[in-house]
Design a protein around this ligand. Structure first.
Ligand SMILES: *Cc1c(COP(=O)(O)O)cnc(C)c1O
Length: 424
């Protein structure tokens, strides 16, 4: 079976042929590829081609795919059962491990996805503060729960509109969406609403990598303190990718609650939210805010998470990824020097090349001015000519792993250079 046959048959079975929309490659021509193996820095399509992977399952693969230590640990754990639906010591072990390393994480609850983590953190913040409204930033993605699928309303800092069909107004009327990096608009939002929480990707990856402006996170923290709201850092993507722990540690601003996902499950379905103990203790069964999950904290996922984080620290995974990122940044910056039609951004092991001639990229409006057709041509050139997989959308981050090498960085840069030459 090749990708084309699979795409045709899957479209009759699964909406759009995929179980998560971006996999359909709609933003880059709509011809999805099907894959059936991934090892180290490579992913293999059903045609048997070896493709250098800068998606890494959208971030979890800090150690690359199918790291031997994690594979062995998971195999070992699976033999003793997949899921008990009862408490297990591995949950305590991962909780302890995360709380020991993440400053500001006093208690944690494990869930099975980033969506669950953010949705539950918002509910908890509302339960704790007794307020209903919250602020999110345009272009940040916090999973697909109703109240979070919101784009900005007609004016800045007004209540948002749903960005999906099927979300009644009642679900979004408590969400105020404001431009990223805009502190004045955030202050206005606090004046317009009765704010329980501010949720933010402290390094944004879901509009491409848009770095946070100096002082912005501290400004949010100050507003939250002033108005009695909780600050939630959604580090589902940037956690363990922009510093050895969190963006909070990198920028020296500790939120009241964190959300994690992706890396902490090492590729298994794991999410987590946690932070201040007095807030977390409001969760059921110790408090009145309900939250639960049949598969939450299952031993296989916990074991994958524990081994991934242990290997991450023992092997200085972040240090390796960050050096590779710096090398890539240096080479790409040199290559595109003097051009005004490309912008490269990077924080730690996340990066984006924007096909954009704006002077600055600070928010999703700036990203919206990219040349998306040209990005699509670049994506397809890299995939089909150079066997390099990039995220199939301009609104996404690219990811590095510690198994990438200088050679792989050169492959990316040479691919980009060849693309720019053939354009002329
Ligand atoms: C991926 C992501 C989510 C959602 O996580 P899922 O596991 O896909 O539900 C939430 N927030 C951020 C910042 C993400 O990158």
């Amino acid at each position: 079976m090749n990708s084309e046959t699979l795409a045709n048959s899957s479209r009759n079975l699964i909406p759009g042929g995929v179980n998560s929309p971006v996999r359909a490659f709609n933003a880059v021509g709509g011809q999805p590829m099907f894959f059936n193996k991934a090892v180290g820095p490579y992913i293999y399509n059903v045609e048997g081609e070896e493709i250098l992977d800068f998606v890494l399952s959208w971030g979890p693969g800090v150690l690359g795919h199918a790291h031997e230590r994690i594979v062995k640990a998971v195999q070992d754990e699976v033999a003793g059962g997949f899921c008990y639906g009862m408490a297990s010591p591995l949950e305590c072990e991962l909780a302890q491990y995360v709380c020991d390393r993440v400053a500001g994480m006093e208690m944690v609850r494990f869930v099975s996805s980033g969506t669950e983590a953010t949705m539950s953190a918002i509910r908890l913040a509302r339960g704790f503060t007794g307020k209903s409204d919250f602020v999110k930033f345009e272009g940040c993605y916090h999973g697909h729960s109703d109240g979070l699928l919101v784009k900005a309303g007609s004016g800045v800092a007004t209540f948002g509109e749903a960005s999906s069909a099927g979300v009644p107004e009642g679900y979004t009327k408590h969400t105020i969406s404001v431009p990223y990096n805009d502190l004045d608009a955030t202050r206005q939002a606090f004046k317009n609403g009765n704010i329980a929480a501010v949720i933010i990707e402290p390094v944004s990856g879901n509009m491409g990598v848009v770095p946070v402006k100096e002082g912005f996170l501290q400004g949010l923290k100050d507003l939250c303190v002033e108005f009695g709201a909780l600050l939630i850092f959604d580090e589902v993507m940037c956690g363990f990718r922009v510093s050895p722990t969190t963006a909070a540690a990198k920028y020296g601003v500790t939120p009241d609650l964190f959300c994690f996902g992706k890396v902490i499950g090492g590729g298994m379905p794991v999410g987590a939210f946690g932070g201040r103990k007095d807030v977390m203790e409001k969760l059921a069964p110790s408090g009145p805010v309900y939250q639960a999950g049949t598969l939450s904290g299952n031993p296989v996922a916990m074991r994958a998470g524990i081994e991934t984080l242990k290997e991450y620290y023992e092997s200085d995974c972040f240090g390796k990824m960050d050096s590779l990122g710096a090398l890539l940044e240096d080479k790409v910056t040199k290559l595109i020097a003097g051009r005004d039609d490309l912008k490269f951004t990077r924080t730690g092991s996340m990066f984006t090349l924007f096909f954009n001639s704006e002077d600055k990229i600070e928010n999703v409006e700036d990203v919206g001015k990219c040349d998306f057709d040209r990005f699509g041509r670049f994506f397809n050139y890299m995939l089909r000519e150079k066997k390099i997989l990039l995220p199939p959308s301009q609104y996404e981050a690219n990811f590095l792993a510690s198994v990438h090498t200088e050679g792989h960085i050169n492959q990316y840069v040479e691919g980009l250079e060849a693309f720019l030459i053939q354009e002329n």
